[in-house]
Ligand binder design. Structure first.
Ligand SMILES: [Zn+2]
Length: 79
């Protein structure tokens, strides 16, 4: 019975060979993607602050009629 030689996986252990002080770039990308996905979920579920509301609020700073913190687009003031 012939034993077939296992092909070594090319660059499969790439991340494991990095020094501990250097964060794995793949982990960093995953973290960013997770953040984007979370923000995306909030928008899709209707929980976000409208861009124009946010802008108007920021522009009101330092004026005589400062606006209240903009409300969540769903209507509640959870933010
Ligand atoms: Zn909301």
């Amino acid at each position: 019975m012939m034993k077939t030689r296992k092909p070594s996986p090319p660059l499969a252990k790439e991340c494991g060979t990095l020094k501990p002080v250097e964060p794995c770039p793949r982990k960093e990308v995953r973290r960013l993607l997770a953040e984007v996905r979370q923000a995306d979920r909030q928008v899709k579920s209707g929980h976000y602050i409208k861009n124009e509301d946010m802008k108007a609020w920021l522009l009101s700073w330092g004026t005589d009629h400062e606006l209240l913190v903009p409300k969540c687009a769903c209507g509640s003031s959870e933010f």
